[in-house]
Design a protein around this ligand. Sequence first.
Ligand code: FMN
Length: 371
Amino acid sequence: MGIFSAFSKRDPFEFASPLLARLEPDTIRKIIIWLLKDKVWKKQRQSDEKVLSTTVWSRKFPNPIGIAAGFDASGTVIDEFIRIGFGFGEIGTITLEPDKITKRAYKLRKDEAIIYQTSGFNNIGSKKASMLLAKRRGRKGVVGVSIGENVFNVESIDEAERDIVGEYDAVIRAVAPFADYVVINISNSYMESLAEFQLKESLDELLRRLRLAVNIATPIKTPPLLLKMSSDINNEGKRITAEMLLKHKFDGLIVGGSTGTRPETLVSKRKDEPGGLCGKPIMEKTTQLLREMYKHTNGQIPIIGVGGITSGADAYEKIRAGASLVQIYTSVIIHGPMVIKKIKKELAELLKADGYKSVSEAVGADINKGS
Ligand SMILES: Cc1cc2nc3c(=O)[nH]c(=O)nc-3n(C[C@H](O)[C@H](O)[C@H](O)COP(=O)(O)O)c2cc1C
């Protein structure tokens, strides 16, 4: 029995919240992972309400709310997230070689937000990740893998000689056979080397080669291939991304990552720290982008909506704006992992109140009505 469960019958996060409130996001994330390993959150006893179930890429999801990439980058407790009630998980972002980068994250408590600074992805590398994924083969629950490019470990390579697409290709070969879906993560607007992929030719070539790489790596059971896009993309970039996703037959899109912009509503002292903003204040921006991408792709590509979800109403808004699935990160840091219970309960009530029998019936409802 874990320390927290011995002392408290309540949600251990709630029990410890006065202490946790003072800690920085990455420390809280590590504590949550440690507590999940220790199984202090009891087994999820009730199954999800039927109205929350949905089918995407011919896979059944008990509910549409997943844990976003970056939280459990190594996938050590991804099955625990699913056990306590998340509808699916995403590990990564994984790079070819392990990356250990300096990462700073600040909590903007009053804004229910995080600002994080990073130049790359802290992760165990594709070799170790594929071994971990191989171990969970056959287990219940959909687990996607986000992949990106190395930033650390590549200083010795001449940038001109570097074959970035070749690196992606190698990561795909390592992880795709074990992934329920694969995400090409170009969402981090702070990575200069990725910015060029926002240009049409680069995106065309990148997506063409990665589509091919996934097909070759997994000829029999090809996992759905997704792109995670930046939240700060301009209008031309939005149109180009949609065009290229359709052209190269991508199976999904994730909208989106953190933003470099700062809404005027922010009140926390640390609001002007440099970095990417995540959490409640980015709900409106990322949902507007989702709406636009749903329209640009004619609702033909399932979209995972992420950014600023803290309630069932937020999840519902993203679903009505075109999201087939949604993900959360910052609200898990601010409110603890059992925020999933509240979001699911509220979402189920909203769906039922509007007469929907399942999540899929509500996808894009606001767009279809021409609003
Ligand atoms: C500290 C931190 C690390 C993150 N790391 C990753 C990552 O490795 N890969 C990725 O695709 N997104 C990463 N994200 C972005 C989240 O997956 C998500 O897109 C973003 O936080 C918006 O969702 P939220 O408002 O619910 O937090 C990270 C976010 C934070 C705050």
